[in-house]
Design a binder for this molecule. Structure first.
Ligand code: NAP
Ligand code: HSE
Length: 446
């Protein structure tokens, strides 16, 4: 006998269409494997006429869908047991989800902005009303990273998590690195492929990655994390020249989301363009793909890799959550596990000035005697040791790029040194500073 589960789908855009596709294509298989039959009772959109007329003309699974603009009625329908939110934004999504939870309905969402902003309150509402929130699709698209952190890796103390979690930025950086495309060309392609958010500023500013890091690091480190506590630098000011120099030094530039636990129990949380050595597995991750390296005390290094955005990969995560709710696994885990933002302490976040990292510095310096001496003198006074230096033979007396990489240094000292260096008469500010991440610790010795 099959369990019939009523669903209201809020949103029929990139992700919503994929959800309908999978639900209807795979209905028989789902019933056979899980005993659950999903009854798609409402599909909530803004533009009813457009969707109705497109659906009338459509063939196959997208034909004859139950479109409505009345989200409230869809949520209140007593036969709806699960509300799937793939409309995006904070309002009115937050109200719809809170209303559904208060009625004891389970909620599935792909909306990391909403969870990063309103997560603690929504999770508390879910707990009060014996409902659950499932959110696999909010981080890493189709990659089951939320499931892995909450179940598969539960035996581990997670010490670090380093990820490429924004497909738009990775696609842009890949095109700029491998094809020499401009930033604008690469962004247009990412938008056309459906990776980018409605407002791509969220992607390229790094804010989308920070929201995902807040959720993932919260699960990994048993802490409540406010995305505003995450140090954030996007890719908009990244210059092709630095991508090129990084390549010459053996590095690939990636937007990384990094969370680490310090020995003092604080968290280091940051999102920024990072030089990744070409032998690091993350350097190979191209286009819209995502990859998250997780370091557990028992397992060691594990890599989660796959499509981090797009219609079907994201829908894969949404529908897996639907099945998990349908068979009762997600509600049971939600009720028992004390790892969600409503039942953990606020994170103690280390200030970025205390970060210890290696750095890539690119200066524009006058090609005259004594320039390098002045720069190295300043770095030395701030305790910063140079590991490599690169200057092309060119332009005697004019300004030329000089690239310096450092050994491990303290961020605050690097900032202080650069403030002084940028005041030198032989320097044209502002000096570019990027952080270098070394190979995963587990493999660094071999
Ligand atoms: P989208 O293509 O813009 O689709 C949004 C859908 O929601 C549209 O059908 C829209 O209706 C509907 N909608 C929006 N506001 C509404 C409102 N106030 N009332 C009723 N319907 C409303 O968005 P998407 O790319 O599918 O993304 C949806 C969510 O998934 C977002 O939270 C996003 O961050 C997340 N996500 C997306 C991806 C991806 O690859 N795209 C990956 C992971 C997570 P109309 O069609 O009538 O305008
Ligand atoms: N805009 C996001 C990205 C979609 O590019 O990764 C997936 O969350």
């Amino acid at each position: 006998m099959s369990d019939r589960v009523g669903i209201a789908l809020l949103g029929y855009g990139t992700v919503g269409k994929g959800v309908v596709q999978i639900l209807r294509d795979q209905a028989a298989r789902f019933e056979q494997r899980t005993g659950v039959t999903f009854d798609l009772r409402h599909v909530v959109v803004r533009d009813l006429q457009k969707h109705r007329s497109e659906s009338e003309k459509a063939e196959g699974v997208h034909r004859g869908l139950p479109f409505t603009t009345d989200a409230q009625a869809a949520i209140n329908d007593p036969d709806v047991k699960i509300v799937v939110e793939v409309m995006g934004g904070i309002d009115p999504a937050a109200k719809y989800l809170a209303d559904a939870l208060k009625l004891g309905k389970h909620v599935i969402t792909a909306n990391k902005s909403l969870l990063a902003e309103k997560g603690p309150a929504l999770f508390a509402t879910a707990r009060t009303h014996h409902a659950c929130i499932a959110f696999e699709a909010s981080c890493g698209g189709g990659i089951p990273i939320v499931e892995s952190l909450t179940r598969g890796l539960l035996a581990n103390r997670i010490d670090a998590l380093v990820g490429i979690v924004n497909g738009t930025c990775n696609a842009i950086l890949t095109r700029m690195t491998k094809n020499g495309w401009t930033y604008a060309q690469a962004l247009a392609e990412a938008q056309s492929l459906g990776f980018a958010e409605a407002d791509p500023t969220l992607d390229v500013s790094g804010a989308d990655a920070a929201q995902k890091l807040a959720l993932l690091a919260g699960l990994a480190f048993d802490a409540r994390i406010n995305p505003r506590d995450i140090h954030l630098e996007g890719i908009t000011t990244l210059e092709p020249l630095d991508i090129k120099f990084a390549g010459e030094l053996g590095y690939v530039v990636k937007l990384l989301a990094i969370g680490e636990r310090t020995t003092e129990g604080k968290l280091v949380l940051r999102v920024h363009p990072t030089l990744v050595h070409h032998t690091d597995v993350l350097a190979e991750v191209s286009g819209g793909f995502n990859a998250i390296s997780v370091y557990g005390n028992a397992l060691g290094h594990a890599l989660f890799y796959g499509r981090g955005a797009g219609s079907m990969p994201t829908a894969s995560a949404v529908v897996s959550d639907l099945l998990s709710v349908g068979i009762g696994a997600a509600p049971a885990a939600f009720a028992k596990l004390r790892i969600y933002p409503d039942c953990v302490e606020q994170a103690m976040v280390e200030p970025i000035g205390d970060l210890r990292s290696r750095y890539y510095l690119r200066l524009l310096a006058r090609d005259v005697p004594g320039t390098i001496a002045q720069i190295s003198n300043c770095l030395g006074r701030h305790g910063i040791s140079i590991s490599a230096i690169l200057q092309r033979e060119d332009n005697g007396g004019k300004f030329v790029p000089i690239v310096i990489t450092t050994h491990i240094a303290i961020e605050g000292n690097v900032a202080a040194a650069l403030a002084e260096i940028d005041q030198l008469a032989c320097i044209q500010p502002a000096t570019v500073k990027l952080r270098i991440i070394d190979q995963p610790r587990e493999f660094a010795e071999s």
